[in-house]
Design a protein around this ligand. Sequence first.
Ligand SMILES: [Zn+2]
Ligand SMILES: [Zn+2]
Length: 349
Amino acid sequence: MALVEFTNSGLYCPSGDFYIDPWKPVNRAIITHAHSDHAYTGSKYYLCHSASLPILKLRLGDITVQTAEWGEIININGVKISLHPAGHIIGSSQIRIEHNNEVWVVSGDYKTENDGISGMFEPVKCNVFISESTFGLPIYNWKPQEEIYRNIRDWILVNQASGKTSVLIAYSLGKAQRVMQCIKEMNVKIFVHGAVWNVHQALQQAGYDLPVVERIIPEISKENFKEQVIIAPPSADGTTWMKRFSSYSIGVCSGWMQVRGNLRRRNADAGFALSDHADWKGLLDAVKATGAGKVFVTHGFQAAFSRYLNENGIEAAEVKTEYGGEEEEQEKASTTKEQEDEINTAGEE
Ligand SMILES: [Zn+2]
Ligand SMILES: [Zn+2]
């Protein structure tokens, strides 16, 4: 019997009788992080890191939930469970499962660069590692965060000089908080969409020290936005909601902006390849650091990434899951054949 099985409801540990990030209601759910494709409603009991709690409650409502700190050992039916930083968003955790001298680690989503708010990714030794692969192609190699931050700030200054509003498109949980960190020292007012506001409020109430922002409401007159910064989720892009900011420039913050075709497709003025996921090298480094003899690759470019691992002496297999519904993972689904070709060509350069 494997320590973790891949079932129709999600990743299941039969020895402990619990699920990790189940996409159907179950009795016991351990949650890696609060993104909607990893944290579904309807389960009887939840376990998550204490920093995930405010957003989990915001999104799932009144749930029965236990929290754990990093490295704290929780025993469920004789199986030892502990949570370790995944560096993806606030509270995001890798789940370490130990039973009968065997250790498996479920990564959830992860990022190996420290962004200062999501916790520092911790390599955890294990026999079997279950890894995401959102950006598991060699063309995805991120610039250091500081360099991208500088590019965003320079872009805002250029917009200001020409009297324009800067609209930054960023996912409401994770990316939006990083973008705020990036611009908080600038001489601008930060206005946010309601979705970003809700997350901001929940985190502030939980004690997080976040920059001051103002919620965008119809009563705010147009002149107030001039030369200032707007943070809005992708769902607002291209809607009439944006008209009030005119004239404005749109900058999209997403790992997919590494590929030029995506910038054209999004009809954005600027693209910033700022991601909450590990790039190709980050994924490889993370896999190697676990020392795992077997790797299961989930949501993303699982075929390409697991093939590469196999060719390089690490036994790997791809696994189908239901993850990939929120934030950057979603955009992979809309990657067309044309962009796949562009990705392939760019990889050969
Ligand atoms: Zn995520
Ligand atoms: Zn994910």
